[in-house]
Design a binder for this molecule. Structure first.
Ligand SMILES: [Fe+2]
Ligand SMILES: [Fe+2]
Length: 293
């Protein structure tokens, strides 16, 4: 399907709106957790940051939707705002239900211009890919019971829908403005990815600050893992989520491409840099073919 056409817009908006699932976080089947799982949950150092990021995203995306002229795109972006706001509520519920003591972070109203949505959207492509890898590791190492992982799997599927919607919206807009050409498209995408990464690393002036982790916390989180294992797990998980989306949609490919290149480069390093084959994480699901973004 050609980007920029009314058919393209109808596809990426309708598939997004139609796959929205109505639910209340408090009504999900939250399991009672054994002490070892509770301890692991409470040990995770990024709860406050993650909740603040979702709350901020909910406000920003909802505000951005109201600035859009096209009623169908406006409706779709508003649905994303509902889902991001719900992610924030879901995080709050996790903290309350499992007794995780985290003080709420102050979030001022974020700016919601087109440029802000672009940085946010490309940042989501990176964050979601990292989230896919972290989730795959948690599942493969059985860090939490399946009943809890199933809830977070659905959250990550919503994020996969968000980034696919975002990439299609961006391609639609760029095509209509006559800018949908290579290599300019890749350069623009790379520029927004970098701006999002810088914002995350430095902490946006009006956004939550990434907390400093000590060496012991990082060691516990990455215990027994190599970069290749995490990258391969993220790639397989990304493919699994993308395969659930309509095959006619454009899929984000910058992060998967960089991850594949990194795997190739890491495999060329001396053997000690890589884990033995028997300890590699096993991918789950069937990898999907990726469309060019
Ligand atoms: Fe979210
Ligand atoms: Fe999202």
């Amino acid at each position: 399907m050609r980007p920029g056409t009314p058919q393209h817009r109808d596809l990426f908006c309708r598939t997004f709106i139609d796959t929205h699932v109505v639910f209340e976080p408090e009504a999900l089947p939250w399991p009672d957790l054994e002490p070892k799982y509770l301890e692991r949950l409470r040990d995770f150092p990024l709860w406050g940051y993650a909740r603040a990021i979702e709350q901020r995203a909910g406000r920003m995306v909802t505000a951005f939707a109201q600035t859009l002229d096209d009623p169908l795109i406006r409706e779709a972006v508003a649905v994303q705002g509902v889902e991001e706001t719900r992610h924030g509520r879901l995080m709050t519920h996790v903290l309350e239900r499992y007794g995780i003591a985290v003080a709420p972070l102050d979030i001022s109203d974020p700016p919601a211009r087109r440029e802000d949505f672009l940085i946010f959207g490309f940042g989501e492509c990176t964050d979601s890919f990292v989230g896919f890898g972290a989730f795959a590791v948690a599942r493969q190492k059985q860090l939490f019971p399946d009943s809890l992982l199933a809830i977070f799997d659905n959250v990550l599927y919503e994020e996969a829908r968000h980034i696919a919607f975002f990439i299609n919206w961006w391609r639609y807009e760029e095509a209509r403005a006559g800018r949908d050409r290579m290599p300019q498209r890749w350069l623009d995408a790379a520029k927004y990815h970098v701006r999002a990464l810088i914002g995350t690393a430095k902490g946006a002036s009006d956004g939550p600050q990434l907390p400093e982790l000590d060496g012991a916390q990082i060691k516990r989180m990455l215990d027994g893992l190599t970069p290749v294992m995490v990258l391969e797990a993220a790639l397989a998980e990304n493919a699994r989520h993308m395969s659930r989306l309509d095959s006619r949609l454009i899929k984000p490919i910058l992060m998967p491409t960089l991850a594949r290149l990194a795997v190739v480069a890491l495999r060329m390093l001396p053997p000690r840099a890589e884990a033995p084959a028997t300890s590699r994480l096993q991918p789950v699901g069937t990898p999907a073919s990726q469309s060019a973004a």
